[in-house]
Design a protein around this ligand. Structure first.
Ligand SMILES: Cc1ncc(COP(=O)(O)O)c(C=O)c1O
Length: 378
């Protein structure tokens, strides 16, 4: 990985190991974004004419399709991962049967299912229980029965970094006619993703983690088969084949996934996310994967050799390394790491210390963090 420090100036001062929470935006993307917002605020339609506004989501659809290995027609633009997951969950129109997820997921993955089970009598939200911090693929497969209508799961678990076996889950789900909806926000940008090869029905991701974009943009791959069945939950003036026709008496739905887009939004963020995806594609996601996997492996080796902590992250993982110190509270450890001369920026999640490197991290970062942990552990 070439030296990216000039694009991420804060890394000179801070050992930033917190991409699973918020990723850093590369300087060229940040400048482009601020410039766009400034021109729009000062120029209104002089900056954003009707034709430009019509096509404003196209660049993100294009970039996301290259990232996921699908057609731009299969990509819909949203404002957040939670919004996209809700659009898919409610759009499936499930009135009865089982919806499967796990008790380790980020709440935005399970809440739409819990909510659906609250308001639709025939719907059961079944959450697979982990064994400790692990989710055995076998437990997930066993939960998918003949009653199952959909499985909602993350590609990479946000707490532990576990990489789920989406192919096996999809094979089982499709055998019983269930859909597979994936939250890939902890995977895209640091793991190569080919949605066709995975075979999933929907794959959602968002801007502000490993895709290095600002807050307020997300997208969903919707397979051609799913697109035929999925009902748009919200509609608005952009839900139209000809949006500037502004025809209020009937809806002329677009033939592609853009029928799930319905309004204006923070356009600058969508354009900026397209730019940051291009930035990552230029570096090469395969290359980023090797780099980040190397950093996680180095974290594992150096921290394991210290003793005094319990590793939670399994061997098959994304760019996340989580652990629990044995004889020190996680919050004390985190506080001390953040108080160093070159602070280590990290997250505490449900009693876990979570480190999550990305393109701007180096082996020196890993060594510094591990040495500091070593000095602090009793
Ligand atoms: C797995 C996962 N999904 C969704 C989100 C939240 O996404 P958003 O804020 O775009 O709704 C997070 C944030 O940490 C996450 O880890």
């Amino acid at each position: 990985m070439r030296d990216l420090a000039p694009d991420f100036p804060i890394t000179e001062e801070v050992n930033y190991l917190n991409t699973a929470s918020i990723g850093l935006v590369p300087l060229p993307v940040k400048e482009y974004y601020l410039e766009f917002e400034s021109r729009l605020a000062g120029g209104g339609t002089l900056t954003l004419d009707e034709e430009t506004e019509d096509l404003v989501y196209e660049s993100l659809r294009g970039a996301a399709s290259r990232l996921l290995g699908c057609s731009p027609d299969s990509v819909a633009v949203f404002n957040s991962v939670s919004e996209a997951l809700n659009a898919v969950a409610w759009g499936l129109g499930v009135e009865e049967g089982r919806l499967v997820s796990t008790a380790l997921e980020f709440p935005s993955v399970t809440y739409p299912l819990l909510r659906m089970a609250e308001v639709r009598r025939g719907v059961e939200a079944h959450l697979v229980q982990p064994e400790g911090w692990r989710l055995p693929t076998e437990s997930i497969l066993q939960a998918i029965n003949e009653d199952t209508k959909a499985v909602f799961i993350t590609h990479v678990e946000n707490l532990t970094g576990q990489l789920n076996d989406l192919k096996a889950i999809t094979r089982r789900a499709h055998r019983v006619g269930a859909k597979v909806v994936v939250d890939g926000v902890q995977a895209t940008g640091c793991i190569p993703v080919d949605v066709g090869e995975l075979g999933v029905d929907a794959y959602v991701s968002g801007s502000y983690k490993y895709l290095c974009g600002p807050f307020g943009a997300a997208f969903a791959y919707l397979s051609p088969r799913l697109l035929e069945e999925l009902e748009p939950l919200y509609v608005g003036w952009r839900t139209s084949e000809n949006m500037w026709g502004l025809e209020p008496t009937h809806i002329q739905y677009p033939g592609n996934a853009s029928r799930f887009e319905y309004s204006t939004s923070a356009y600058g963020v969508k354009l900026a996310l397209a730019k940051s995806i291009e930035y990552l594609l230029e570096l090469g996601v395969g290359r980023i994967h090797r780099h980040t996997q190397g950093l996680v492996r180095a974290l594992e080796e150096e921290l394991q050799s210290l003793g005094g902590l319990e590793q939670v992250t399994p061997p098959s993982r994304g760019s996340i390394y989580s652990f629990q110190p044995k004889a020190l509270s996680p919050s004390e450890l985190a506080k001390a790491l953040k108080a160093l001369n070159r602070p280590v920026e990290l997250s505490l999640r449900r009693g876990l210390v979570r480190l999550s490197p990305h393109i701007y991290n180096t082996e020196e970062d890993v060594a510094q963090a591990a040495q500091a942990v070593g000095r602090l552990l009793p």
